[in-house]
Design a protein around this ligand. Sequence first.
Ligand code: HEM
Length: 275
Amino acid sequence: MLASEGPVDLVQAFALPIPSLVICEMLGVPYAERAEFQQRSAVLVSVDLPDEVVMRASDELSEYMAGLVIAKQADREDDLLSRMITRAEEQGRPLSVEEAVSMGITLLIAGHETTANMIGLSTLALLRAPDQLDALRNDPEVAPTAVEELLRYLTVIQFGLFRYALEDIPLGDETIKAGEYLVAAISSGNRDERVFPDPDQLDLSRKASAHLAFGFGPHQCLGQQLARVELYEVYTRLYSRIPSLRLAVPFEDVEFKDNTLVYGVRALPVTWDRE
Ligand code: HEM
């Protein structure tokens, strides 16, 4: 990115490659083959594409992952896919190809879409709040709380989480009845002023770790510690490495992803002072 000339799309040059590289390395997916999964993942998290387009992307991604799983079944490496296969065998219940494919795809998509959108969107939020960005650049103590506060403030899983009530649950003046489905609007919970005073304010020093951005309960985000590490690394390095980083277009021209499960910016044209 630094070697490039002129404005750069931060999403393509930085926000997408960083978590993609990390999850590829961990899972054992060759990063050079990212064309196989990045575009198809984007299709799978969209909410307004025709069913047949989504089904085709899903089938193609499954086929790609099945190829990897079959190769690793024959020849184990030191990566998560190989370890999952070996561990299940050792426990006397080998994974079927379908099971390994399903877990591999979940980790691959969840492992890069969410974090990539957090990096792009939080960079925009910080560029719009220069005093907060200064605090982050100048005080290393700020980064850990900044990670939690930006997760709260942005809540990129934008349409909430499905839940199914196993028993009657009284909530305020209502009762959610056993057997009913509901959508837990975590973005709303993350702006609850009883928990986060002045919730619409981005305050990087806020102790926001009670947020719901990773969900809640036994199925809360499995990759949350990895995501925290990646965001911490970005927040402590990117803005101090490029202190003059700024938008290359008016804010009004930035396009947002209103039609995908994960909120973010479609592109983030940025520039900076070259020496
Ligand atoms: C900033 C980044 C991330 C955000 C905001 C995020 C958010 C979430 C949310 C809201 C859920 C649903 C939890 C619930 O239903 O209570 C979830 C589940 C999950 N996430 Fe993440 N996630 C992120 C990064 C990651 C990464 C890096 C990975 C993998 C390495 C990952 C893997 C998963 C998996 C496997 C689940 C399903 C867990 C289950 O159903 O038991 N996520 N995530």
